[in-house]
Design a protein around this ligand. Structure first.
Ligand code: AMP
Length: 274
């Protein structure tokens, strides 16, 4: 049976937002995570970008916020992301999926002026998406309090590790209330991430999805092992196949690209290097 968003227990205003953005079916990570997250469970997700993991956590989180309104202002959801690009994308997703709700999301990261971010925080968002460095900065200056946080999401935890953010992340977590829902997503699970997961997740549900295919099925891939000096003639041979109309050739260097073009020109095959 084709999986449907309607069957995952999501509220009508979220289903409307999904229809607005044109999603027809939940992806595997969404099918696996959303029902558990709606029940308030911790989740350890092994998934890469491109699998739909952002919606997998954003939808149930928005639903929780809508169904359990709180009269006091304060950040209720903290999402930590390693880079400004990822933080911005996550922020966009919360805004997209929450467009028929009153949930407010603010994104903060370093490398830009802090005042607009401080002003935005003062307006009392429920959701804060943050890169760890800037968050610690603003916490240190007293602009951000995390004592109301109910849900913590660590996204791309392995990249946080690569970028040296594990200590900052641990420091941030110390400022959170003990009783909360925790989600950790990572494409890979090196020992350090496993340890981090063990220390913050409480009886987590484990979900794992294989990455979506990175090449189109229609592409037929072949590998030829040849001597370096034979490569130009092999390339010419392949390019003279009548089926082959438009071709991209990748080289390691600019110089290599120019040499390929010159070689092809001698064989009267038109090519350009960029
Ligand atoms: P993510 O893995 O969260 O970075 O998402 C990858 C891309 O898939 C984003 O551009 C999403 O907008 C899109 N996406 C997420 N869920 C769905 C879905 N159920 N149907 C179609 N597109 C989706």
């Amino acid at each position: 049976m084709t999986p449907r968003f309607e069957d995952l227990g999501l509220r009508p205003e979220l289903l409307r937002a999904l229809a607005d953005v044109g999603y027809e079916q939940p992806t595997p990570i969404q099918q696996q995570s959303i029902p558990h997250l709606l029940l308030g469970k911790d989740v350890l997700g092994c998934a890469q970008t491109g699998t739909g993991k952002t919606a997998a956590f954003a939808l149930p989180i928005i639903q929780r916020l809508v169904e359990n309104p709180r009269p006091t202002k304060g950040i209720r959801v903290l999402v930590l992301a390693p880079t400004r690009e990822l933080a911005s994308q996550i922020g966009e997703s919360f805004r997209d999926y929450g467009r028929h709700t009153r949930i407010k999301t603010v994104v903060i990261f370093g490398g830009v002026g802090q005042q607009p971010q401080v002003d935005a925080i003062r307006r009392g968002p429920e959701v804060l998406v943050a890169a760890p460095g800037r968050l610690l900065d603003l916490m240190g200056q007293g602009y951000i309090k995390l004592d109301q946080v109910e849900v913590l999401v660590l996204d791309e935890a392995d990249r946080m590790l690569d970028m040296g953010f594990i200590q900052p992340v641990r420091q941030i977590i110390k400022a959170l209330p003990r009783n909360r829902q925790n989600l950790l997503f990572s494409a890979t699970m090196p020992a350090e991430i496993q340890q981090l997961a063990n220390s913050i997740l409480h009886e987590p549900v484990k979900v794992a999805v294989t990455p979506v295919a990175s090449t189109v099925d229609l592409i037929h891939q072949q590998v030829y092992f040849v001597d370096k000096k034979l490569k130009p003639s092999l390339l010419q041979h392949l390019l003279t196949d009548q089926q082959v109309k438009r071709v991209l050739v990748f080289t390691r260097t600019k110089h290599g690209a120019n040499k390929v073009v010159q070689g092809l020109a001698k064989a009267r095959i038109q090519a350009e290097a960029i």
